[in-house]
Design a protein around this ligand. Structure first.
Ligand SMILES: Cc1cc2nc3c(=O)[nH]c(=O)nc-3n(C[C@H](O)[C@H](O)[C@H](O)COP(=O)(O)O)c2cc1C
Length: 215
């Protein structure tokens, strides 16, 4: 009887240790998978981000927009100044004003181009404060914020484009009452693409990577 009890407890202990080790293994595996998924997500967003210039009218839910803006606001910035502003435009009337101003300046022949370009439900203007002690660096911070924004939008299934010239700075400044001491870095749409453009040819690593010394 004693031997039976000991055997029972021994079996129980072995089973207990086995289960604990098993679940620890499972936990570790899950953690590994989670880490794997997280890094896949960021690489997917980086690789699949495309400049998109025509959109469906599908709305962008507020919680997506907030997530995207939070990602932008997480970017590195000189001395953590975050000398940026994100001006969000969702009113069709305002977007139409921008469109008409662009057409007025570039010619009626570009009407379709700007109609497509301004077809997204949301646009974000990325601005950098030029009154800081190092405005040139704050412009770089703003550009990094814009990249964060575009990658987060891509991760949620939206297209964007870093538009610095197609919609001239003066147009957005004029229509949106942006003060002179803010530099407009870009304006980007956020929307579901009419279609995802093909990846344009990118330089190979051999063309852009150098090792140890510039040669
Ligand atoms: C500083 C900068 C300025 C840009 N300006 C414009 C622009 O004015 N209009 C536009 O349609 N795209 C603009 N782009 C987007 C580029 O054309 C685009 O990133 C490039 O063609 C590569 O395509 P991809 O973004 O799909 O990889 C700009 C991109 C950068 C980084």
């Amino acid at each position: 009887m004693k031997t039976n009890r000991r055997a029972f407890f021994q079996k129980g202990a072995i089973l207990g240790v086995g289960l604990t080790l098993g679940s620890l293994g499972l936990f570790a595996k899950n953690k590994e998978n989670l880490a794997q998924n997280a890094s896949d997500d960021i690489f997917d967003a980086i690789k699949n981000r495309r400049s998109v210039r025509k959109f469906k009218s599908t709305p962008v839910p507020k919680e997506h927009l907030i997530k995207i803006l939070e990602a932008a606001n997480c970017a590195p910035s000189p001395s953590n100044r975050q000398a940026w502003k994100f001006l969000v435009i969702q009113e069709r009337e305002t977007l139409d004003q921008i469109k008409e101003e662009c057409i007025k300046r570039s010619g009626e022949r570009n009407r379709q181009y700007f109609t497509d370009y301004l077809s997204a439900p949301v646009y974000v203007v990325v601005l950098a404060d030029t009154k800081t002690r190092n405005p040139a660096n704050d412009v770089i911070g703003g550009a990094l914020a814009a990249e964060n924004l575009m990658l987060a939008a891509r991760a949620l299934g939206y297209g964007t484009v870093y538009c610095a010239n197609s919609i001239p700075e003066e147009v957005s400044k004029q229509v949106l009452n942006i003060p002179d001491d803010y530099k407009r870095l870009c304006i980007t749409p956020i929307g579901v693409p009419a279609e995802w453009p093909k990846t344009p040819k990118k330089k190979s690593l051999e063309e852009v990577v150098l090792h140890e010394k510039f040669k």
